[in-house]
Design a protein around this ligand. Structure first.
Ligand code: PLP
Length: 364
């Protein structure tokens, strides 16, 4: 059996597995979108056809997360990382400060970038636990005068996830939801800004969706570049310059797919079922382990280590031979990591657990 003819499950942290049905629809429509004889990839972003994709994708996302009319939904380029600068450039200024929760790699990069634009106060840090926890709420220094309060809803590398929305009265709440967006229902009205890069849970790399409360638009200083000002996108319906049209189209297909599956509630049930099975297998193995306390464990990214790190390469090679790909942990932490985004089917998790148990029997 060649690799192409049997199931391959891709556990990459991003770009990551997209729903099979979405990929098949994109394939069927690749050369000829809806009888136009033209691919979306080749189509003007000003065309009536592309506008219908824009409208439908925004309507679907609005419905999926119940997003009110007081929020704008923007589609930008530059990945999630572009927002590490855009947030302070739009909400803060040289004479202001912002509060950040430091819970791992991605919040660390975000707060470092913010320091280029404004003063940053670290409200709390979990560095002392090697970023395996979320600091207790009582220890956060929340400052009512801050320009905004920022946290990373799911730390993709550490496998630490917020299972609550932080209560911070005063500054607008800003969240990087790149690696758990659309994996559960969400009360958007609690937030000033939510952003998410597409390549983890809903599309190809490069695209980033920003959900922003309308009163936070138009605050950027005149020196902020046009493409880094949220107002540019809000004013032109994210079509000021050419957007990432094909990525936007794929994100739209995924939004529609999620709606057909039963919405964010269905994604939450899937995520819980899959991640709980895997954590149970790890905890019960005596061979694998995960360092994160249960209450902070991510449903999306499950890092684990083997009893003997000398077996890491053997594990990865054998997993590859079994059609289980991209299980190596992030280069900064090593070990293993299985990412279980919306596109990962239950059969992938079952295959991984079976493989892990067999490997532990052989090497334990
Ligand atoms: C992957 C990731 C990013 C970076 O996304 P890019 O598209 O590469 O800029 C930012 N934040 C989180 C939480 C991520 O998982």
């Amino acid at each position: 059996v060649t690799r192409a003819t049997r199931a391959v499950f891709n556990f990459a942290s991003g770009p990551a597995m997209l729903p099979r049905a979405v990929m098949e629809q994109a394939q069927a429509e690749l050369l000829d979108w809806h009888g136009t004889g033209i691919s979306i990839m080749e189509m003007s972003h000003r065309s009536r056809e592309f506008q219908s994709i824009v409208d439908q994708s925004i309507a679907d996302l609005r419905a999926l997360l119940n997003i009110g009319a007081d929020y704008e939904i923007l589609f930008l380029q530059g990945g999630a990382t572009s927002q590490f600068a855009m947030v302070p450039l739009n909400l803060a200024g040289p004479d202001t400060h912002a509060c950040y929760l430091h819970t791992g790699h991605w919040s660390g990069l975000a707060l470092a970038d913010a320091r280029r634009h404004c003063a940053v106060r670290v409200a709390a840090s979990s560095e002392a636990t090697r970023f395996s926890t979320i600091p207790p709420r009582a220890e956060w220094q929340v400052d009512a005068g801050a320009a905004y309060f920022y946290y990373t809803a799911n730390e993709t590398i550490g496998g630490v996830e917020f299972h609550f929305v932080p209560e911070v009265s005063g500054p607008p709440l800003v969240s990087d939801m790149t690696s758990n967006f659309l994996s559960r229902p969400l009360d958007v009205s609690r937030f000033g800004i939510i952003f998410a890069g597409a390549q983890k849970n809903f599309g190809p790399a490069g695209l980033v969706v920003v959900i922003i409360r309308k009163d936070l638009i138009g605050r950027a200083a005149p020196t902020v570049p046009t493409l880094y000002d949220y107002a540019t996108y809000a004013k032109h319906n994210s079509l000021y310059n050419t957007p990432a049209t094909y990525s936007w189209y794929l994100a739209g297909l995924t939004f529609a797919w999620i709606r057909n599956q039963g919405g964010a509630e269905a994604m939450e049930r899937n995520a819980l079922r899959r991640s709980e099975r895997l954590y149970r297998a790890i905890d019960g193995s005596g061979f694998y382990s995960n360092p994160v306390p249960a209450e902070f464990r991510s449903r999306m990214n499950v890092p684990f280590i083997l009893k003997d790190p000398k077996l890491d390469q053997v594990f990865l090679r054998a997993a590859h031979d079994a059609g289980l790909e991209a299980l190596a942990g992030h280069r900064s932490v090593g070990g293993m990591r299985a990412s279980l985004y919306n596109g990962m089917p239950d059969t992938g998790v079952a295959a991984l657990i079976e493989f892990m148990q067999e490997f532990a029997r052989r090497h334990g």
